[in-house]
Design a protein around this ligand. Structure first.
Ligand code: NAI
Length: 332
């Protein structure tokens, strides 16, 4: 039986994890979930929000499904998400954004894949208070990490029949750091003659995305721009409730939605499990369970086609009702 780490998170994490586990179980696929808690709830008992046992579990199983974990703003522990990505060298954050059936959005031909560098940039955690009124944060960009993520984006484009990779920077202002990222992109692109390339500044990208998103194919970005742009892209296809993601490294992969722990709707049976479910579907493809992945995806799409939606998508179904509707469609 497949053993997979399940980090069920906090906030809405446990609610949507339960939903996804039930749906996978109903598909007939047997998975031995190695459930690992992390975040604020375990700090008191284990002294860390990301105990070593969580990392060891992913190392053992090679693959994890992860629900969101809260990160306190401004103080407290360092983000579990950032730490996990760094500890396992999950250097590529892949976030496909494609219209889903019957979800009404402003644009109907969105099919963008955001490839975000996941280990450095302003998320390296190199910041300090210089004095009472001054703080500084180091934007770390290295040739190694930048070439690696650009190569990943081109390889992804090749394997997935994509035609263009567009690099996103602010190299006109941050000539040295973003300039290095751009230089790496240009170098790597020389090995991929069949893929078109494009260069755009991040501010212009944002404007173009909200006016004409279908012009974009694969985007590759340093960490911070990738984080922000992927939420923007999520908005184009119906919001965070449907935006999937994956953190991929050479040895391990952790599949997780773009969204956070949504404390504003925690415990209300309102959360949309779709983003975690789509992430799990990608995970099933990754572990070569493609039949189950397609079966679950068809059931999800059928549920949307029946106009069954959670509240975030304008519907009136609770998490439980939406989950049951998918399970019913699996069994038909
Ligand atoms: P958020 O993504 O949790 O929520 C933003 C808005 O989207 C909220 O109104 C929320 O109700 C809604 N939303 C999000 N997911 C939804 C879903 N599945 N169904 C229905 N509505 C949904 O972002 P926020 O509020 O900025 O962050 C909350 C916490 O999550 C923070 O501590 C943040 O650090 C953490 N976070 C964790 C991530 C992770 O574990 N990978 C990623 C992003 C944020």
């Amino acid at each position: 039986m497949n053993q997979i780490t399940l980090i069920n998170g906090d906030g809405i994490g446990p609610e949507i994890s339960d939903a996804v586990v039930k749906i996978i179980e109903a598909s007939g696929l047997k998975i031995n979930w190695d459930v690992q808690s992390a975040g604020a709830d375990v700090v008191d008992t284990e002294g860390s929000p990301l105990p070593q046992r969580v990392i060891d579990s992913v190392k053992r199983n090679k693959v994890a499904l992860k629900a969101p974990v809260t990160t306190p703003i401004g103080k407290g522990f360092r983000s579990v998400n950032v730490q996990l990505r760094k500890s396992l060298d999950l250097y590529a954050n892949v976030r496909p954004c494609k219209n889903l059936p019957d979800i009404k959005t402003k644009f109907s031909h969105v099919d963008i894949v955001v490839v975000r560098e996941n280990t450095e940039d302003l998320y390296a955690g190199l910041e300090r208070k210089v004095d009472e009124n001054t703080a500084e944060s180091i934007k770390l960009i290295t040739r190694g990490a930048s070439e690696r993520i650009c190569r990943f984006a081109f390889e992804y484009a090749l394997k997935n029949n994509r035609h263009e990779v567009c690099v996103v920077t602010k190299a006109n202002i941050m000539k040295v750091s973003d300039g290095l990222f751009l230089d790496c992109f240009r170098n790597v692109s020389k090995d991929y003659h069949d893929i078109n390339t494009r260069e755009i500044l991040v501010d212009n990208l944002c404007m173009q995305l909200v006016q004409n998103p279908s012009q974009f194919d694969v985007l590759v970005l340093p960490n911070l721009y990738g984080d922000i742009v992927s939420d923007l892209c999520a908005g184009l296809i119906g919001g965070l409730g449907v935006a999937q993601g994956a953190n991929i490294g050479d040895e391990y992969a952790v599949f997780e939605p773009v969204h956070g722990s949504a404390p504003d709707i925690q415990g209300q049976n309102k959360a949309n499990p779709t983003a975690l479910l789509l992430s799990a579907i990608e995970m099933l493809k990754y572990i070569n369970k493609k039949d189950y992945a397609f079966k679950i995806k068809n059931a999800l799409y059928k549920t949307f086609e029946q106009s069954k939606f959670t509240v975030d998508l304008g519907g009136n179904l609770s998490t439980t009702e939406f989950t049951n509707a998918i399970i019913q469609n699996l069994n038909q």
